[in-house]
Design a protein around this ligand. Sequence first.
Ligand code: G3H
Ligand code: 13P
Ligand code: ZN
Length: 331
Amino acid sequence: MINYKDLGLVNTREMFKKAMNGGYAIPAFNFNNMEQMQAIIQAAVETKSPVILQVSSGARKYANQTILRYMAEGAVAYAKELGCPNPQIVLHLDHGDTLELCKSCIDMGFSSVMIDGSHLPYDENVALTKKVVDYAHQHDITVEGELGVLAGVEDDVVAEHHTYTRPEEVVDFVTKTGCDSLAISIGTSHGANKFKPEQCTRDAEGRLVPPPLAFNILEGVEKELPGFPIVLHGSSSVPQEDVDTINKYGGALKDAIGIPEEQLRKAAKSAVCKINIDSDSRLAMTAAIRKVFSEKPAEFDPRKYLGPAREAAKALYMHKIKNVLGSENKL
Ligand code: G3H
Ligand code: 13P
Ligand code: ZN
């Protein structure tokens, strides 16, 4: 059993309390490789922001859970080397789907886990989440549960339509499970195509304009659970400059669209304490790599394209922290 505290990591409890009181949200960035980890830590240190490094099942398969755990340990040392004596870094399992997976991450040094039983019947979601909480809390590890279903792909589970969280269920769920935060469904979804064109309107230039998030559901949840930390998944904004760069240099992204940043700014000021962003980093990195490949076709040193990709990801993370989530200078 490796205790996350020995690795210099923290759980989300204090972080979320401060975010709730301060009217901002903690960035939760997915990482799969060294460049993403370096970019996240550089951005967090330079902005003096707390940060959640999150690992999906896909990331575990791609990079290996043990390596990712050592990378998180390295992330703490790296932040200190960059001049941040007391970094606030969480290592979080994103979309855990079984008790065994959550236990394995907890035993290996993760400081926070998500158990995503949102696709299960309500009672089964409650039972599974409670089992994870019972184990995690023995080790002072925080647990994120989920109620409501996001449209799109959630780790191999594809939901055609979202089902909004039912505010009338949240008190019962949180009381019965003891979870520390709750992911809810208010119209966000995973990936770079969050809405179908027919769900959107168009602006004067013909660009798609997405429908607004269901803030009434969020307000309903806040009323039922005052002061309880809420999580938003699927919160990439899908910057059109990156989509255009990707397509200009040979990509084929069609109708890519995300959540407008002003809606995330509004959410960050509410009980939403954690905002998950993965696709925007993928887009920024891909745009940078495609540009290098197109402009310098003779280049074959990975550092010459992964370096610019890392810079692009860092710029994206800094922008989110400073201009959208409001977590700058909150260490
Ligand atoms: O929730 C989804 C995250 O973007 C992780 O995606 O399962 O492809 O790593 P992934
Ligand atoms: P995006 O696909 O919008 O980046 O969402 C990421 C996410 O929710 C990870 O859990
Ligand atoms: Zn998610």
